[in-house]
Write a protein that binds this ligand. Structure first.
Ligand code: NAD
Ligand code: UDP
Ligand code: UDP
Length: 332
């Protein structure tokens, strides 16, 4: 489709486009691609497989509207596409702290390259930003207008500050080059295809419960998070991409339900059954005490709100982990 056409709001959802998803072999990216393929788009998945896996898109290999390119977005890329979703970046603390310099490079140099590509093509580009831009928030729940409380020199900073700088770059490309940008701030999301060993709380608790191991509660377990089911999140991203050029965000996407880690553990144990007990471990440095999105803007602008109840989403995620061999093996 020519990018100079201006489809109506409604038809934007149904016209076939060539869509690029960076980080497409990861957890969120692969679900986004499933949705885009189902919506009859052509998809170019770009990934360096740092945390992503070919297995996440294996079901699409050979599909006539799917293409997979191994590429690191810190390097320039020349392709022809109609839309870009920039999802490449390790997202769990274990992964993004493994090579923190590369994490910042992926967020910052990666964003520059993808924005440069979008600028040459004059196409919309959506950035997967994060609730981590709010740091350890002293405003609760977090609206988009809150500027955050981020430590610039701590172990989480490579991710938080990298993502903050990426947002700056997106808005400067908008101001300087009139680029159609979209920024979504994603809050903790879970579901099938979460990496089993990335240390995130939902996958940890489910694996521990399925293996009958102790559930590791960091700190007193009273810290809170809001958990969004992956299909809800993907729907929010697609709606955001479908908005007019004046809608840039940033827009929070997340589930407004707020749970302590103790409550999460008890729900997981209830679903899985078994004999797991709670084992308290030290709280990681800079671990935010509370996090919950204010999603009024997403409701007003996108007509979107996360609808999957935590228990329903957890049951689907447990079923996924339960059906995989890695659940039976302990990480070496
Ligand atoms: P993920 O680790 O499963 O996926 C990230 C993907 O990016 C992986 O496939 C990885 O191989 C790829 N990647 C990393 N560096 C790359 C590079 N330099 N070049 C090309 N590919 C690269 O993580 P996810 O949970 O799917 O997160 C996807 C995006 O959403 C990230 O940008 C993350 O910051 C953002 N996000 C996720 C969450 C969440 O709860 N999952 C919350 C907030 C924001
Ligand atoms: N870029 C890219 N693909 C393109 C166009 C640009 O990867 O099709 C990269 C290129 O490496 C450049 C970056 O995007 O460094 C930023 O491009 P921009 O045009 O904004 O800046 P400039 O090229 O002037 O540095
Ligand atoms: N957490 C926990 N046990 C675990 C893993 C994580 O209690 O085995 C806690 C962690 O300290 C944090 C919350 O769960 O307070 C969410 O952690 P996660 O790494 O999933 O996400 P993030 O901290 O990036 O929101």
């Amino acid at each position: 489709m020519s990018t100079t056409e201006k489809p109506s709001e409604l038809s934007r959802y149904s016209l076939t486009k060539r869509v690029m998803v960076t980080g497409g072999a990861g957890f969120l990216g692969s679900h986004l691609i499933d949705r885009l393929i189902a919506d009859r788009h052509e998809v170019l998945c770009v990934d360096n497989f740092f945390t992503g896996a070919r297995a996440n898109v294996a079901h699409l290999l050979g599909h006539p509207r799917f293409e997979l390119l191994r590429h690191d977005i810190t390097m320039p890329l020349s392709v022809e596409v109609d839309e870009i979703y920039n999802f490449a970046c390790p997202a769990s603390p274990i992964h993004y702290q493994f090579d923190p310099v590369q994490t910042t490079k992926t967020s910052v140099i990666g964003a520059i390259n993808m924005l440069g590509l979008a600028k040459r093509l004059r196409v919309p580009i959506l950035q997967a930003s994060t609730s981590e831009v709010y740091g350890d928030p002293d405003v609760h729940p977090q609206p988009e207008s809150y500027w955050g409380n981020v430590n610039p020199i701590g172990p989480r900073s490579c991710y938080d500050e990298g993502k903050r700088c990426a947002e700056t770059l997106f808005f400067d490309y908008r101001r300087q080059h009139d680029l159609p940008i979209k920024v979504v701030r994603i809050f903790n999301t879970y579901g099938p295809r979460m990496h089993p060993n990335d240390g995130r709380v939902v996958s940890n608790f489910i694996l521990q419960a399925l293996r009958g191991e102790d559930i590791t509660i960091f700190g007193d377990g009273e810290q809170t998070r809001s958990f969004c089911y992956v299909e809800d999140l993907v729907d929010g991203c697609v709606r955001m991409m479908g908005t007019d050029a004046d809608t840039t965000g940033p827009i929070n996407l997340g589930n407004e339900g707020e749970y302590s880690m103790l409550e999460l553990a008890s729900t997981v144990i209830d679903i899985v059954g078994g004999k797991s007990r709670l084992a308290h471990k030290p709280l990681p440095q800079d671990d935010p005490r509370r996090r919950r999105p204010d999603t009024s803007l997403a409701r007003e602008t996108l007509g979107w709100q996360a609808s999957t109840q935590l228990r329903d989403g957890l049951e689907k995620t447990v079923a996924y982990f339960d059906s995989h061999e890695f659940t039976r093996q302990k990480p070496s």
